[in-house]
Design a protein around this ligand. Structure first.
Ligand code: BMA
Length: 300
């Protein structure tokens, strides 16, 4: 199974941004007020990233706000952890609000920052919810047996595995469990990490992840899908054997970091379709589609 690319890709390019940027990529995605909303990473000419909102009625043509929505400078007492930029937000709709988990980058190495918003105008920043080095975190969209759950990807000297932890209050985390590790000798042999916030289905939590393989000095980023147990979300029920999206076209192969397709945002529709927003070569924003059913069968 492979995702279906929109034939007008890329749907957002750096020339669409009202202020000067180097690139626009890796958006978080959500339905808000009946519209499609992307919180896009904009890398400034300085090389440090912020987020800007893009909105759309059809999920294809987006209008970008004229100013960034969230910048490192907005982080007040946490600024030292995000001084080099904020990157790759996952947006989890949760009751009447949205939880944002993103990479804070600084000389202390990447770590995970948690924030929340109700309107994508005002943001409450909770600060780090991991130690360095850690990235690729998403909060589960509902409590499980009374606890919040997160998935993330700590990096040690020789391992990059995905872990799950739980919390009574989103601030204190524990009960760590290993969820998934790279499969040696395959497209995901070097590292893996969460891509999109989990979605509840009849068969389990459905989630996209990324897998990386190094060839010489270059790394190829591809997308896979995994199904997790509803009650014990560190337990993998099934996963795709092969990638469901790989860099193939020029806009995925050529850019600041070539041979990368990377997603951290998807929007499920009421009819079972899913819009997946992804970036090509760390340089643009693209759209691909599939259905929940096809993703589930790719895991079996
Ligand atoms: C990962 C992240 C992403 C990026 C990808 C490919 O480590 O930093 O932001 O898209 O590498 O360069």
């Amino acid at each position: 199974m492979e995702l279906k690319r929109y034939n007008g890709n890329p749907i957002i390019k750096s020339s669409d941004v009202a202020f000067r940027v180097n690139s626009i990529f890796n958006p978080g995605a959500v339905k808000y007020n009946g519209k499609y909303l992307l919180l896009c990473r904009v890398e400034m000419p300085s090389g440090r990233s912020s987020f800007v909102v893009a909105e759309s009625v059809d999920g294809i043509s987006f209008n970008l706000h004229s100013k960034p929505a969230l910048t490192p400078e907005d982080h007040n007492q946490f600024y030292k952890y995000v001084e080099w930029g904020i990157e790759d937000v996952r947006i989890t709709p949760f009751e009447d609000k949205f939880f944002l988990t993103y990479t804070g980058y600084s000389k202390y190495n990447p770590l995970v920052i948690l924030a929340e918003t109700k309107d994508f105008i005002n943001y409450k920043i909770h600060g780090p919810i991991s130690e360095p080095s850690n990235k690729d975190c998403a909060i589960f969209p509902e409590k499980i047996n009374g606890y919040y759950y997160k998935v993330d990807r700590p990096t040690t000297e020789d391992r990059t595995d995905m872990w799950v932890a739980k919390s009574p209050d989103l601030i204190h985390w524990g009960s760590y469990e290993i969820m998934m590790e790279p499969t040696s000798g395959t497209w995901e042999t070097n590292k893996i990490g969460n891509s999109t916030p989990p979605i509840r289905t009849d068969k389990g939590w459905l989630m996209l992840y990324h897998g990386v393989r190094g060839f010489g000095i270059s790394f190829i980023y591809k997308v896979g899908v995994v199904l997790l147990d509803i009650e014990q979300p560190w337990k993998v029920i099934g996963k795709s054997r092969e990638p469901i999206l790989s860099p193939e076209l020029d806009y995925e192969r050529i850019g600041d970091v070539g041979n990368v397709v990377f997603t951290n945002g998807w929007i499920p529709e009421d009819n079972g379709e899913v819009k997946i927003y992804y970036a090509g070569a760390d340089t643009n924003i693209c759209l691909a589609t599939t259905t929940i059913d096809q993703l589930i069968s790719a895991c079996e």
